[in-house]
Each structure stands twice: as structure tokens, then as C-alpha cells.
Design a protein around this ligand. Structure first.
Ligand SMILES: Cc1cc2nc3c(=O)[nH]c(=O)nc-3n(C[C@H](O)[C@H](O)[C@H](O)COP(=O)(O)O)c2cc1C
Length: 209
């Protein structure tokens, strides 16, 4: 992960110095959560954006109200088309309701295992581009407060709408599963990205065909 190495090196250096008697400090022993926080502190904003991954292994600990408030505030501040903010957020934390939401998609184990899942609701006039931006803001804010996340597709949209009781005119298609990461939780092996040379076309698509 970008940004990981400098922190590890920093801790390693302190420990090496402590062991060799160069400093009076005791060797630093960091728990995983402290290490994650330290890594985040060392990361610049660019590395932070690049390091966002879908994480699917969560502990059972509920998300603190402070962290949830921070995540929802970031969702609220997402930009939207004409600033219409035609969205709503259904926060699901009860186990049985999480199961019902999970039944609305095909790859929804993260919802089942989550401490909370936020269903992104499109109010009338809303659109999926805005929902996508909200999801990304939720994920970035979650990471900033130490919460792991995974975007979720609710393939059975109508059923999902009924489960979270949307009533007429509102729809939902996506959700974000959230939870404190299990120790060692990693992104799926299938990660990685296409090279820019395959993706970028300057001025027109045909320019580098
Ligand atoms: C629109 C969208 C829908 C997704 N739906 C699911 C899903 O239903 N279940 C799931 O486990 N992951 C889902 N993902 C997560 C992707 O699988 C993940 O972002 C992709 O594999 C890249 O993973 P990485 O960022 O960890 O490298 C979804 C991602 C996006 C952008």
C-alpha cells in the first residue's frame, strides 16, 4: 500500500535505535489499529485516495456514533447534479434487516458481515452518477476514520426498495457495507488496475487506436 513503507520504516528505525541503546526509548509495540492510524497519518492526500480498496472482512464491533456521523456528513456534502441532493441514506444496523438487504443482491456477503450498511436512495429526479459519488465519499470518509467499506450492488432493486420501505417514486440500486476491518483484512486478490496506456485517449478516442 502506498504510504505504508515510510511509517513502517519509521517504527522500525525507532525500534532499531531502542534495541541498540541509541535512544532511551523503549521499543514501540503497535497494535494493528494503532499501526493503521499511524499509516493514515503518514499518508498524503494523494496516496490516501489511491489506497482506497473494497474491504470485505469486518469485526463485530458496532460503528461508533462519532464515526457514523462523520461518514454521513461526508455523504451529505457530496456534490450532485445542479446541487439537487436528490438522495437519502438508509443506515441499516440490525442483523435481521442486514440479512434482508443482503438478500437483494448477488454478492452481498459484505452486507451480511457488516456492522452497518448504508443503502443509497435515489429520490425522484435523482441519478446513479450522484449515487456513485456519494458511495465514493462514504468510502473515503470511512477510511479516514478507520472504517473499512465495500460498495454493494442491490440487483433486485424493487425488493430492496420494499425491504427499506421506500414507498412510491424512490429507488435504490447501491449500498455501502461498513465495519472496522478484521486484523489482516485485505482487498480481494483480483485487484490491480489496467495501465493508463489502455485507458487514456487524448483529444479523441481514435487518436491512439
Ligand atoms: C458499482 C459497483 C458495484 C459493486 N458491487 C459489489 C458487490 O455487489 N459486492 C462486492 O463484494 N463488491 C462490489 N463492488 C466492489 C468491486 O468488486 C471492487 O471495487 C473492485 O473489485 C475493485 O476492488 P479494489 O478496489 O479492492 O481493488 C462493487 C463496486 C462498484 C464500483
Amino acid at each position: 500500500m502506498p504510504g505504508k513503507r515510510p511509517c513502517c520504516t519509521f517504527v522500525q528505525t525507532i525500534n532499531d535505535q531502542a534495541k541498540s541503546g541509541l535512544t532511551a526509548a523503549k521499543p514501540v509495540r503497535l497494535s494493528r489499529s494503532w499501526l493503521s492510524s499511524l499509516i493514515l497519518l503518514c499518508m498524503n492526500n494523494y496516496d490516501f485516495v489511491l489506497s482506497l480498496r473494497a474491504i470485505r472482512g469486518y469485526g463485530e464491533q458496532p460503528i461508533s456514533s462519532e464515526h457514523m456521523a462523520a461518514i454521513l456528513e461526508a455523504a451529505r456534502w457530496t456534490g450532485s447534479s445542479k446541487n439537487k441532493q436528490n438522495w437519502a441514506f438508509v443506515v441499516v444496523t440490525e442483523r435481521e434487516q442486514l440479512e434482508r438487504v443482503a438478500a437483494c443482491g448477488r454478492f452481498t456477503d459484505p452486507v451480511r458481515n457488516s456492522a452497518a450498511t448504508i443503502v443509497i436512495v435515489e429520490e425522484p429526479g435523482g441519478n446513479e452518477f450522484d449515487s456513485g459519488r456519494v458511495a465514493q465519499n462514504i468510502m473515503l470518509a470511512a477510511k479516514a476514520v478507520g472504517v473499512a467499506s465495500c460498495p454493494i450492488t442491490l440487483h433486485h432493486r424493487e425488493r430492496a426498495g420494499a425491504v427499506v420501505d421506500l414507498g412510491e417514486g424512490r429507488t435504490c440500486h447501491y449500498a455501502v457495507a461498513l465495519g472496522y476491518p478484521l486484523p489482516g483484512a485485505e482487498p480481494a486478490v483480483l485487484g490491480g488496475r489496467k495501465p493508463l496506456a489502455e485507458l487514456v485517449h487524448w483529444q479523441s478516442y481514435g487518436s491512439n487506436r
